[in-house]
Design a protein around this ligand. Structure first.
Ligand SMILES: [Zn+2]
Length: 180
């Protein structure tokens, strides 16, 4: 069964989703089970006579239901309210994992900005997709005009993209400027 087909089933089962949510004036909190602080919603489906369960993160599924779109796995849904349990669609934002602010801040706290990256977030995402589609690191190095070692660094998420780099600088100004 494809992800799209499972999503169609999830839409039907969403009548079981919303009763697990307690709405406050601000956040809509997931009250059922979860993992890592995030809510989780299991969708049961039958494949070749066998019952299986596909677990969705509750906030991801909320975003997908609201926008009626299946979100590819390489894209994250971020909380603008910083509350992992929240499934309020107006508190959810789509981004690539390059935009993950928590990750950005975690790295930023170590104050290791490294070299200014050569690729934009979009290019870095494109690079990773092409790599998954089977393009070799040498081919990617040629295509993006970067060193092969840089290609593997982008694949392993060791390099911040230009956008992320700028945002990290904003969120974590260097010590000197914080003092001055
Ligand atoms: Zn919220």
């Amino acid at each position: 069964m494809t992800e799209e087909e499972i999503f169609q089933i999830a839409k039907i089962k969403s009548c079981n989703f919303w009763p697990k949510v307690t709405k406050t004036d601000y956040c809509w909190n997931w009250t059922a089970s979860g993992q890592g602080g995030y809510g989780r919603f299991g969708v049961a489906y039958q494949e070749s006579g066998v019952w299986k369960t596909r677990n969705f993160q509750a906030h991801r599924l909320s975003y997908m239901l609201e926008n009626d779109v299946l979100i590819p796995k390489h894209l994250v849904i971020m909380h603008t309210c910083d509350n992992r349990k929240c499934v309020n669609p107006s508190h959810l934002d789509l981004g690539s994992h390059f935009d993950n602010v928590h990750d950005c801040m975690k790295k930023g706290r170590r104050r290791t900005y490294g070299k200014v990256p050569k690729l934009t977030a979009f290019q870095a995402l494109e690079l990773k997709i092409l790599y998954k589609m089977g393009m070799t690191q040498a081919e990617l190095a040629h295509k993006f005009n970067i060193a092969p070692v840089s290609v593997s660094n982008y694949i392993l998420d060791k390099v911040k993209t230009k956008t992320e780099f700028e945002r990290c600088k904003k969120l974590n100004p260097p010590l000197e400027s914080a003092v001055g």
